[in-house]
Ligand binder design. Sequence first.
Ligand SMILES: *Cc1c(COP(=O)(O)O)cnc(C)c1O
Length: 450
Amino acid sequence: MKKIILDENEIPKKWYNIQADLKTPLDPPLNPKTKEPIGPDDLKAIFPMGLIKQEVSQERYISIPNEVREIYRIWRPSPLYRADRLEKALKTPAKIYFKWEGVSPPGSHKPNSSVPQAYYNMKEGVENIATETGAGQWGSALAFSTSIFDIGCRIYMVKCSYDQKPYRRILMENWGANVYSSPTNITNVGKEIIKRDPETSGSLGIAISEAVEDAATHDDTNYALGSVLNHVVLHQTIIGQEVKKQFESIDEYPDIILGCVGGGSNFAGTAFPFVRDKIVNEKPDLKIISVEPFACPTLTEGSYRYDFGDSVGLTPLLKMFTLGHSFVPDAIHAGGLRYHGDSPLLSKLTKEGYMEAVAYYQKEVFEAAELFSRTEGFVVAPEAAHAVKAAIDQALICKKNNEEKIILFANSGHGHFDLSAYDMYHNNKIKDFKHPEKMIKKAIEEIPEI
Ligand SMILES: *Cc1c(COP(=O)(O)O)cnc(C)c1O
């Protein structure tokens, strides 16, 4: 079968919370000033209670509100594809499958979380949401979702993406959001950073600081994060639960699961329902591999410890893999993978050996994406292209060993707004960056001691 499709009534009714299955609990977030554990009350200034409860919940399954499932029906269940034409091109005995999240209106997995986030804010009477966006994917997902629930949206967009990707900004504005190039002159944090480094290309960390300041200084405004936090990962488990049903319907189960990791939400969401099978020891041999860029090698070269989620130390300290909150990665085209930290849940499961990680250069990633579009048709986002590259490499290993393994990769979104990056690739203008170890070491030295 080319595509494995579920019925609308098979959209999962619950999100899966992996916190219930951890052998030891997550280390708690810490107050950035006192370094003491923070509780739900500390988050009330910027998040609605509905999401705070999910953030700390230990329940294995959490019901999806009907209003949210209604919106999910616009593009869910998303298809699972067999990449048989890619298999043929590679002459591999492996079977390659991908879960395609490019079918949502904004074109990625992100509305799986932005829709419930906007919903819980609307339910609690919040009038505006402030947020940051890297490549513009999260911003467009949130703009789409706030327009559905009729609330305002202010978006701090990382400068290098704002300049490289005007079409994403237009998309956000089409859904009614206000978009600013970050760092801006409208927050204290932004002014400070521009004073220090007028030429800065911005970073997700800086944009987060600006959006948090905006939310904390306006009573009618909350903050929303598109990745990293437990509730975001929770919402994304709709992906992996659908994949499980889809594999069950064809009587198969993957041997290797791959996905790109920026903050970890699409991959955690795809993988966690399968990670559970590893934790309970039903599938001890299943390999689960995160894929990241060499320009921002958080899991492969970072350190596992408490660090701030933003650049200036306004957010709580999270225990995670990090390159240091002051790390500013090169302006690679996979803007969504330029984040110094990673989801605490995904980090812990990586530290404990349930998951592993690999890194790739930009050029080889675009080369893989081009082969993918010439075989499977879809033009994928540069972020998702990292997963394509890793899937091709795994399929080639299977070819060498003559193994008929089943490879699944999370295909997180389309690249229709990234065509200028593809154009640069066609004209041989893509540069490979490997961040100098010295810079990573320096940023790691700036992480506070706990
Ligand atoms: C944002 C984004 C990512 C990276 O974010 P995660 O939280 O790691 O999933 C990956 N792919 C696409 C298409 C994105 O928009």
